[in-house]
Design a protein around this ligand. Structure first.
Ligand SMILES: *Cc1c(COP(=O)(O)O)cnc(C)c1O
Length: 360
């Protein structure tokens, strides 16, 4: 099999999704499975639907089109504000989009009228993380205008935290979202069916046992695919953290000094002088680098220590063992390493379930 490659275990992804669907179901919360980190891979999307998620969600229209071309007809939400230049395609390929700008909603309305369809809009509210969102004081006015657009259905409101500034979802900001939902429904008469509380970083808040109020949906990517919550990058109990791994191949294996020699200047990716002299080491080079993934986000197997990386190389200390040329090593990935690897043209994807290879 070619390397570097991602090993994508559908059975483990299924387990993670099912676990979270059940956990959140107890609180009356549905799961929209976010597929952007696997580029909308249809085999993964289908597995997520089999695991009971209520719909799919992706930030990229291209990924959504990949799923539509694969005949996936489940509801799909576009979770990045649509580009006006893509409004026709957004209405064609998605059921709902997350929105913050009336100019965009206006274009979606025109596109929907031209296509003879209706398009669902979920308005995103800014609650402190300073990424996308309508300021709470402006929400009522935006709702009023949204309700007036032909062929647009207001589906709900939502928020997104912990992505730009690391603002954690907590009792206070989640209660504020619920109160905003109640206020909108009181003014306009039960117009909001979805209140989408956030992403994988909301799981700690759920486990904390606070009142979930009006929140009835979460959009989950990282927790399903990597079994982690993003706030502390800790494994989430009950979930597999190795549903997706990265396999790379050894191309050089030599005993070398641990310290470089010559005049030391900057390197392409910043200074990387080994911290201390540990004499001679088993230095191994794997054919994977910044062009393939985020090397900082890789966790090596036990007994292996990552020493450095460049565009095309990952340099590791394999301790006592000299690794044979051609040997494969399997790494765990964090979110950054995963999205870079899935988007890299140099990394193949091996999707399997219970050891049976399904797709290359
Ligand atoms: C990526 C994204 C998500 C999913 O985030 P995870 O941390 O992977 O669960 C949810 N909502 C929005 C708006 C996103 O962009």
């Amino acid at each position: 099999m070619t390397t570097p490659r991602l090993e994508i275990d559908l059975a483990k992804i299924h387990h993670n999704a099912r676990f979270l669907v059940k956990l959140l179901g107890r609180n009356g919360i549905t799961v929209s499975a976010v597929t952007k980190a696997v580029l909308g891979l249809p085999s993964v999307a289908r597995e997520l639907l089999r695991a009971g998620v209520s719909g799919l969600a992706d930030s990229r229209l291209e990924n959504i089109q990949t799923m539509r071309h694969a005949k996936i007809t489940a509801p799909i939400t576009l979770i990045r504000s649509p580009m006006i230049s893509q409004s026709v395609q957004v209405v064609k390929d998605t059921d709902i989009s997350l929105n913050t700008e009336l100019d965009v909603i206006s274009e979606l309305s025109k596109a929907a009228q031209a296509l003879g369809r209706t398009h669902g809009v979920l308005l995103m509210v800014e609650l402190g993380d300073l990424r996308e969102g309508i300021m709470p004081a402006d929400l009522e006015n935006v709702v009023r205008r949204t309700l007036s657009f032909p062929n647009i259905t207001l589906k709900g409101i939502g928020t997104n935290l912990a992505c730009r500034c690391g603002v954690a979802p907590d009792e206070a900001n989640m209660a504020e979202l619920s109160e905003l939902a109640n206020a909108i429904d009181a003014t306009f008469g039960s117009v909001l069916s979805i209140v989408s509380g956030g992403n994988s970083s909301n799981l700690n808040w759920i486990l904390g046992g606070s009142d979930t109020g009006r929140i009835n949906n979460l959009r989950l990517g990282e927790a399903i695919l990597l079994g982690c919550e993003p706030l502390h990058r800790q494994p989430f109990e009950g979930l597999h953290t190795d549903a997706i791994t990265l396999v790379a191949e050894v191309i050089e294996s030599k005993i070398k000094p641990s310290q470089p020699w010559g005049n030391i200047e900057e390197t392409a990716f910043g200074a990387a002088i080994p911290p201390h002299n540990s004499g001679s080491i088993s230095q191994t080079i794997l054919a994977v680098g910044h062009m393939d993934t985020d090397p900082e986000g890789l966790t090596p197997p036990t007994g292996i220590r990552i020493l450095g990386s460049s565009s095309d190389h990952l340099i590791v200390d394999s301790r006592r063992d000299r690794l044979p040329i051609g040997a494969e090593l399997t790494f765990q990935l964090n979110y950054s390493a995963l999205i870079r690897a899935t988007a890299s043209p140099f990394v193949t994807k091996n999707v399997f379930s219970e050891k049976k290879v399904l797709v290359h």
